[in-house]
Design a protein around this ligand. Structure first.
Ligand SMILES: *Cc1c(COP(=O)(O)O)cnc(C)c1O
Length: 386
């Protein structure tokens, strides 16, 4: 498993964390080759997670677009309502295998914290989640969910009291407790081996797309589309298809549009180091990490996984930014055409997919990864003017 993707990736961390990252790398390599580990991962993915998720033909959305067929990979049906389960389960099983009994995580919107708390409960691992005080106020229901699932939520009161500060707090905890504790990182970001490891656990998405599209329409799709926050659902979609002719399109959060940065690291950032990894980062003129803004909390991150940086530079994948208001339009299209309330994150991908479908012939097939369901976003959507 690569440590670098072209010039990107690596592990820029304090020395105290190097042994823990090596241990994780070793445990994961051994686990991948261990039939018992793979069987357990597969069993719990099915019986706890609800996998495989269906590939759904969105007939009415296709008609609205008036071009290529649009199919949805239904990660919104995974336990917990998003793809984050796939990664949390994999890392939870690795934690047990390393003989550790405590999980820590950071969370911004709370979705990854909830996924971690779910897995911590199911596997009997003590779970503590760091969350900025500001985010705790904004995402009250997810704080309640984590607590009901038995996790301890630590309010972070330093800095701007949001995700970046929560990551720093989690890292401090890990440095102090590295022998008993696994840091369950929530996206395909951070130092090696996390980007490769998270891509591995999320690749179940792309593998199922490969199998299901062949069964449904006799071949691979022409294009796959996925939203990009840190990039885990997108890399899970792209990875198993990267050596085929399938076009790969990643969709970032464009925010309100105009000159604002949104949270579009690949389309508006430049290379730099953030959270232990060299990749694209949204920065101001002085190289300070920029403040991001997006209607979807899950995409609101100034960095992106290093493999996406390399897919972008080599041209193997394309990346575009979609504005808040267009994501909202796509949210309503899916609700009214298909009876599905999507999360606002994949609503960005849906908008881009409809745009692509319009310009393509009817014989082409587009698969969009619907990374999560929209229940968590109802307050935001109903508040926004249509
Ligand atoms: C967290 C989240 C994302 C963004 O994370 P990635 O690592 O980029 O996949 C996207 N969609 C949903 C539903 C999420 O909860």
């Amino acid at each position: 498993m690569p440590r670098h993707f072209g010039p990107y990736g690596g592990a820029f961390v304090p020395e105290t964390l190097v042994p823990a990252l090596q241990e994780l790398d070793g445990a994961w390599r051994a686990a991948r080759k261990d039939p018992a580990f793979r069987a357990e991962l597969r069993r719990l993915s099915r019986t706890l997670g609800g996998r495989p998720t269906p590939l759904y033909f969105a007939a009415r959305l296709t008609r609205r677009a008036g071009g290529a067929e649009i199919w949805l990979k239904r990660e919104d049906l995974v336990h917990g309502g998003a793809h984050k389960f796939n990664n949390a389960l994999g890392q939870g099983l690795l934690t047990r295998r390393m003989g550790k009994h405590r999980l820590i995580a950071e969370t911004g919107a709370g979705q990854h914290g909830v996924a971690t708390a779910m897995i911590g409960a199911a596997l009997g691992l003590r779970t503590e989640v760091y969350m900025g005080e500001v985010d705790m106020e904004r995402q009250r229901p997810n704080v309640d969910r984590m607590r009901l699932l038995g996790a301890t939520v630590h309010p972070v009161t330093t800095g701007r009291r949001t995700l970046k500060d929560a990551i720093n707090a989690a890292l401090r905890d890990w440095i102090a407790n590295v022998r008993t504790t696994h840091y369950l990182l929530g996206s395909a970001v951070g130092p090696h081996p996390y980007p490769s490891l998270v891509a591995d656990f999320q690749s179940v998405i792309g593998k199922e797309i490969r199998r299901q599209s062949t069964a449904a329409f006799g071949r691979l799709p022409d294009l796959v589309v996925a939203c990009v926050g840190g990039g885990s659902n997108a890399i899970g979609t792209f990875h198993p298809l990267r050596r085929t002719r399938v076009e790969l399109l990643g969709v970032e959060a464009g925010g309100v549009g105009g000159r604002g940065p949104g949270a579009a690291s690949l389309t508006r950032g430049r290379p730099g180091i953030l959270h232990g990894s060299f990749s694209y980062v949204l920065q101001d003129h002085d190289g300070q990490v920029a403040e991001t803004e997006s209607i979807s909390a899950g995409l609101d991150y100034p960095g992106v996984g290093p493999e996406h940086a390399w897919l972008r530079d080599t041209g193997r994948a394309r990346y575009v930014a979609v504005r808040d208001r267009d994501a909202l339009r796509a949210f309503h299209w899916l609700a009214e055409d298909e009876g599905i309330l999507p999360a606002l994150e994949p609503s960005h991908a849906l908008f881009a997919a409809v745009h692509e479908a319009r310009r393509r012939p009817r014989r082409e097939r587009i698969v969009v990864t619907l990374s999560g369901r929209g229940d968590k976003d109802l307050a935001v959507v109903t508040r926004a003017a249509r």
